[in-house]
Write a protein that binds this ligand. Sequence first.
Ligand SMILES: [Zn+2]
Length: 81
Amino acid sequence: MPLYEYELCEGNCVVCGGHFTLRRPLSAAPLTNCPACRKPVRKIISSFSSPIKLKPLSISDAKKAGFTVLKRLNKGEYERQ
Ligand SMILES: [Zn+2]
């Protein structure tokens, strides 16, 4: 069964943490609500499997989204920005 990743459309959830993964059969109906708290969720589409090219985020956008941005210094060395 494929593993799907979901996040809450808004707000937080103490049950699922607002971000969770679920294994679901391909035949299952799209999940629209958190199974734990019933808040609306959206599926996160992995950039590895999606044919859609997303516009690259700026570093500040990525940071706002909670990413740790790493700058490549040398082979095998990265610096936190
Ligand atoms: Zn939840």
